[in-house]
Design a protein around this ligand. Structure first.
Ligand code: SAH
Length: 393
């Protein structure tokens, strides 16, 4: 693989058109390439017979299609969730988690046909994460780099290729903070929705609360759904759980969410883990109810998956799931709020919410392989995969 060639994988249709006009070809070639790369999943110029032999040879010399390569994958025997480990061009690795339709709405007769056909892929946007939320294992491994658009889109394309199945929904809930890699994430959404036929409204961007980018999504009328990891409606408490709150205080975050709703009329999802004695008091819940009434929303309650294997200290060491969780959920519902409780699919393979195999003792596909490439503190890493499997009430 030559580093002098241009990697076409991950380029938008407009960027591909620019690439071709730059080499004296018609911009229409960009449209053809776009189809080949994302609709058909071509990885070799030789297969692109409608481009003409001369152009294909020119491409072989000047460009490449660097998709992801699978290192390994592992499926849960309990629930069919599958975790894929991919190698990036520089040898770092990332994971994606595929959640099968049967798990989407557990034991529910009411599941619609749409829900039964739903195949959700949870993908990463960064290698590691700089935000250091105390309850999340990803933060413990530090931050390596942002993923490129190609590496983001590649997760979806490869899983589609490997399974032969159509991915119907995508959630940006793997490793990393999508809003800190905004441009690549938005381009990836464009490619998925126009090139891979995954409607933007079936794509969810989950953020720890990067208020500026929420406003930007609103200004740009982005159609992907927005989820906000809230975890507390009290600024002081939220700072102890999510240090990003110092940069974007709750008031600023809420104001950005209101702005987003006013501009887009799309309801927002709040994610909330109830921790014993931290954010589960009557006062905490009352504050949550008040906040949740400000714009139309849905609350996803996530069970806490232990990160004990990371050797947590300080606040993180004392975190336990609230024994009051079910009662609180009932209370929220009695206040006419829409509340879903996620299940812990994939727990047996370390693919459930917040589970991250960077340390020994963690079930991980990464531990079965010898990572390639440059040395870093992340050689045995794999990502935290949050599994958005919803249990209806
Ligand atoms: N940075 C983004 C997306 C990645 S985190 C964000 O913060 O939203 C995806 C989801 O997993 C978030 O809602 C996060 O709060 C949740 N999560 C992190 N660690 C967890 C854990 N140990 N148990 C359960 N959920 C966790």
């Amino acid at each position: 693989m030559s580093t002098e060639t241009t990697n076409l994988f991950g380029l938008t249709q407009q960027e591909l058109a620019g690439f071709f006009t730059g080499m004296g070809e018609s911009s229409f070639r960009g449209k053809q390439l776009y189809q080949w790369l994302y609709a058909r999943g071509a990885t070799d110029f030789a297969t692109m017979t409608d481009l003409g032999k001369g152009l294909r040879e020119k491409l072989e010399r000047s460009a490449r299609i660097a998709a992801l390569s699978r290192v390994t994958s592992k499926s849960s025997r309990l629930d069919g969730t599958t975790k894929f480990l991919f190698a990036l061009e520089d040898g770092l690795t990332i994971e994606s988690v595929l959640i099968p339709p049967a798990r989407s709405f557990l034991g529910s007769d009411a599941a619609t046909e749409d829900e039964q056909k739903r195949l959700t892929l949870c993908i990463s946007t960064q290698v590691g994460c700089p935000l250091d939320c105390v309850f999340c294992a990803t933060g413990k491994m530090g931050f390596s780099r942002n993923l490129t658009t190609g590496e983001i889109v590649g997760q979806v394309l490869e899983v589609r290729r490997l399974t032969g199945k159509k991915i119907t929904n995508v959630v940006f809930m793997g490793m990393g903070e999508p809003m800190m890699n905004y441009d690549n994430v938005m381009k990836a959404i464009e490619v998925m929705s126009t090139g891979m036929r995954i409607a933007a409204r079936r794509i969810t961007v989950s953020t720890a609360g990067w208020a500026d980018r929420i406003r930007q999504m609103a200004d740009e009328r982005r159609r992907a759904k927005l989820a906000v990891s809230l975890h507390s409606a009290n600024n002081a408490t939220r700072i102890t759980l999510m240090p990003v709150t110092k940069r974007y205080p709750l008031a600023e975050l809420i104001s950005a969410i209101e702005y987003y709703y006013t501009s887009t009329k799309q309801r927002v999802t709040y994610e909330y883990i109830f921790f014993d004695g931290v954010n589960d008091s009557e006062k905490d819940v009352a504050q949550l109810v008040r906040l949740a009434r400000r714009v139309p929303c849905k609350i996803n309650v996530i069970p806490f998956h232990s990160i004990g294997f990371t050797g947590p200290t300080g606040v993180a060491a004392g975190l336990r799931q609230s024994p009051r969780m079910e009662r609180i959920v009932e209370h929220l519902r009695s206040n006419n709020l829409t509340v879903m409780v996620r299940s812990s699919a994939g727990e047996d393979i370390g693919a459930a919410c917040g589970q991250l195999a960077i340390m020994s003792g963690q079930p991980s596909v990464a531990q079965a392989v010898q990572p390639r490439g440059r040395s870093s503190g992340m050689r045995r890493t794999t990502i935290a995969s949050r599994v958005p499997v919803l249990v209806p009430r």
